[in-house]
Design a protein around this ligand. Sequence first.
Ligand code: GRF
Length: 216
Amino acid sequence: MTTERTFRSPPRGSSPCRLVVLVSGGGSNLAALLSACQDPAYGAEVVAVGADRPGTGGERMAAEHGIPTFVERLSGHGTRAEWDAALTEQVRAHRPDLVVSAGFLKLVGATFLGAFGGRFLNTHNSLLPAFAGVHGPRDALAYGVKLAGATLFVVDEGVDTGAIVAQVAVPVHDSDTEETLTERIKVAERAQLVEHVGRMAREGWTVEGRSFRIGG
Ligand code: GRF
């Protein structure tokens, strides 16, 4: 979001917040959301899961839960803009209140952000603005930081640059490898995602430029 834009989640009444979750991989964040959504008091339901490639663990998991799934491959379209428009329509068809990228490894474009700006979350495995991009834990280790972590943010036009919803830190141990650090981050990341999506679902949220807050 640029500094001037404001988004306020509309009041939803008593119906659960409709989540569409986008995945590219194993889907451990999706699993955590699905588990939280079992409790009606959580205030949200996953109404669809979308992927950018067939055969993801996330898609399988959704199908096992009886949740509608869709796949929109970039390679199935002549241009990135066409893919972005097709993805937008797939997501729109499920009338989401909130869209969550849970390890979705594609950058969306202007059409998608025009439709879902202010209500599209991503979780990234570094303490932004440090170590944006696809190798957060590897880059954090290489730099020698003593604290790593995860950032939940509202997606904007940049790469991992949107307004920050929440951050959680974990220690980096001398013995860490990329794998052990990634795993430690993921545990904290999942808890953070579940907590904040639930609060947003129950209490609403506001984005004003770079500032995010729960509530109106
Ligand atoms: C998360 O750690 C996220 O930060 C990164 O990809 C991972 C997704 O994991 N971009 P999963 O597919 O939810 O298990």
